[in-house]
Design a protein around this ligand. Structure first.
Ligand SMILES: [Zn+2]
Length: 231
């Protein structure tokens, strides 16, 4: 309680500071100063695995707003969202995805945030993918649909796994909710996550939706991180 009051007081007397470099930010800058914002690297490439999953008929497209590279301002931005629960930092990233989609794609019916396992969500208190989805929704005016797909299996961290191990690790991790089957049948869906690498998790989630009758699926993330260990 005291800490809460103190933080409120500090925010009141001290100007907002940049999450990346600590310099003060001006009124129209959110979380990053102008200099750090300009260091965010837009991801305009095609994901190396995109073709495989488009040809398999699982997705129609995949986009990431930014590159995830260590030491660049995307890191403190994602960290603030995930661990300091700065939800609006996630919305900011989602808005960047939304602007990309709004410029290229026809309308969508729903945005579905990649769900966390219930135990994980309890521990973290919120799903960061939902913040990303909220940002996309603010720009594209597309409704968010939660609960259509659930994470039924607790999966260990993927950090040290290679591409094949990641796919194995997330196999059967999701289930479509029988009560939502009619909601997703034939629908155009944006599936949203924070960071994607091999796409294993989000593709597994997309496969479940597709098997349940979803129409077109775009998978979208705030950032794309290259896989470090490719053995
Ligand atoms: Zn800065």
């Amino acid at each position: 309680m005291i800490r809460h009051i103190l933080r409120g007081f500090l925010n009141f007397v001290l100007p907002e500071t940049c999450l990346s470099c600590g310099e003060s930010t001006s009124e129209n800058e959110r979380y990053l100063c102008g200099n750090c914002s300009s260091k965010l690297e837009p991801y305009t490439d095609t994901h190396p695995w995109q073709k495989e999953f488009v040809e398999a008929g699982i997705i129609e497209n995949s986009i990431s707003a930014y590159w995830f590279r260590e030491g660049t301002p995307i890191q403190p931005l994602l960290h603030a969202m995930k661990y300091q629960k700065v939800r609006s930092a996630g919305r900011l990233l989602g808005e960047a995805i939304g602007r990309r989609i709004a410029g290229t794609a026809p309308g969508f019916d729903y945005i579905i945030p990649v769900p966390l396992h219930k135990a994980k969500q309890r521990e973290r208190t919120f799903n960061q993918s939902l913040c990303i989805a909220e940002g996309i929704s603010a720009i594209t005016r597309t409704a968010i649909l939660e609960g259509a797909v659930n994470r039924t299996r607790f999966t260990s961290t993927q950090t040290k796994l290679n591409k094949a191990e990641r796919r194995e690790n997330v196999l059967h991790a999701f289930d479509a909710d029988p009560e939502h089957i009619e909601d997703i049948r034939g629908k155009r869906i944006i599936l949203a996550d924070d960071v994607i690498t091999t796409g294993a998790t989000i593709i597994e989630c997309a496969s479940v939706l597709k098997r349940s009758g979803a129409g077109v699926i775009w998978i979208c993330s705030a950032a794309y991180a290259e896989l470090k260990h490719t053995e």
